[in-house]
Design a protein around this ligand. Sequence first.
Ligand code: MIC
Ligand code: SF4
Length: 647
Amino acid sequence: MGQTIAQKIIKEHLLSGEMVPGSEIGLRIDQTLTQDATGTMAYLEFESMGVPRVRTERSVAYIDHNTLQSGFMNADDHRYIQTVAAKHGIYYSRPGNGICHQVHYERFGVPGKTLIGSDSHTPTGGGLGMLAMGAGGMDVAVAMGGGAYYIPMPGMIKVELKGRLGAGVSAKDVILDVLRQLSVKGGVGYIVEYAGEGVGTLSVPERCTITNMGAELGATTSIFPSDEVTRDFLRAQDRESDWKPLSSDEDAVYDKVISVDLSALKPLAACPHSPDNVKPVSDLSDIKVDQVCIGSCTNSSLADMLKAASMLRGRKIADSVSLSVSPGSRQVFSMLAECGALTDLIDAGARVLECACGPCIGMGFSPSSAGVSLRTFNRNFLGRSGTKDGQVYLVSPETAVASALTGYITDPSTSDAKADASVYDVPDKFRINDSGIIAPLDEEAAKTAEVIKGPNIKSFPDTHPLGDEIDTEVLLKVEDNITTDHIMPAGSKILPYRSNIPHLSQYCFEVVDPEFPERAKAAGSGIIVGGQNYGQGSSREHAALVPLYLGIKAVVAKSFARIHAANLVNAGILPLEFENEADYDKIGQGDSVSMHSVHEGLKADRIVMTVKKADGTSCDIPLRMELADRQKEMLLAGGLLKYTAKK
Ligand code: MIC
Ligand code: SF4
């Protein structure tokens, strides 16, 4: 039977397990990346393993999330990451050098290799033909130490691309259309592979926009073939020798096939507050816009920026609009400067921000009260912008610019401002200057090098072996599609404390229920009840570590997002699913719950939870778990670190 591209890469990297969808496989990991908001934890975890040098082919530590350096906290974290990277064989990308995913595909990504990153948008590398996956920091630490990365073997979805994009329509509209078709949980348990005649019409940066936002489908990853377009891109990055061709077999089998007709596609927008709430831009033309942001790891390539600049050339943005532009990398930024496009952006009224995540993670540029913000980003979850009632729409750079000019949501195909098609193809040669990347010390020098930890860096919360009896209460009940941004918000106030779990714990579930942390502390222990797709979005393991710190023993949900479920187990928290979804309605916040013979239940993949109401009534609710044997052992040992130490 023929194989898909992803199956070929998996086969080549398979260390354990069988390639049967749903069963656990262990993969050899060639490359890792971290960013600073998850990196400090990942490196503390790596250090605790006592491995002197990383055992991957390439590991890179990026600083891109916390670049405000308001106070000593971020700077402490950065110094720690820089020194720990130098000592252990990891490349360090300095603050200002760019957003991890953009820089990684420009300078390090290699078709056919495996990459895991402590950031959910790591699948961006799939645009180059990598098998690139988001993971928790602990999993990245283990991979740096040479350990396997474990996932349930994914099923395969094919997206057949037909035709060619018309004027004013772009890669962002392609992925928004896929989100419209599949929803934010449609990709859970699958790898999304792009195929068809349309593939060859998309450049690598366009492909990376699509694979980046595959994270919003909940997919394990997304991937494109590696073809002549890939080769041209790598040649222009002076890395042609990294190229190899990759394609699926003619008779490869997919579990599901959908198609997108590029020629028929119209500009789309994801409306508040979910990336799959997709509508045609032309239906939204009455909406007044307060703010427009161009950038983020989804849409900050040179092509995206040149498109925006060419539309803005000689024009001025509407008086009522504030426009930010964040180039994705120093390479993009310097090339914008060199060709004069930067001047077009500045003259039109844009505020040019640093090459970093910036507004995407609420680091400044929060919209006004109930303000409408059009962003070329990938997530519009409630409150993520830093303004709880902010109305965030996700759009293409063309739609963003057309709207910045009129002050209303505007379909770019109706705008006088046209992106100049001649300027935005991949150039023959990118400007290469890797001065923002610092190579690690050699092995000899590394032996005596010091790792510097400032006072913001607190140790990892203690994990506990899973007890045989759980007698506790429901501390919180939440709805479907709860994101890790709900569980552990980010933003400029909180992000500087990513290496300080006790401090972070005050903000746990802040947008849902600000009383939760106090209630949890007073109770000493508890469980959380969730709906479908619990824990979607960011890979931040803080969404497991903080609940651990607050005494959460188990999360009972209708279903889980992949990375978060793994993070819970890594932290020693039991993820349980309702056997009958309707039982969700039988359980309420404040109910007492008990589970007996948990260890037996673990073996049988089934636990019965007794729920007692305040009025004295009670009922039994059967729960199931989808855990590999390795994960069960991990829970009994008290999480991944203790399990690894024991091994
Ligand atoms: C995000 O986009 O939510 C982040 C911030 O990049 C996260 C990682 C984090 O929370 O540090 C992600 O996507 O994993
Ligand atoms: Fe940064 Fe936003 Fe991309 Fe996350 S989604 S890595 S915050 S740019």
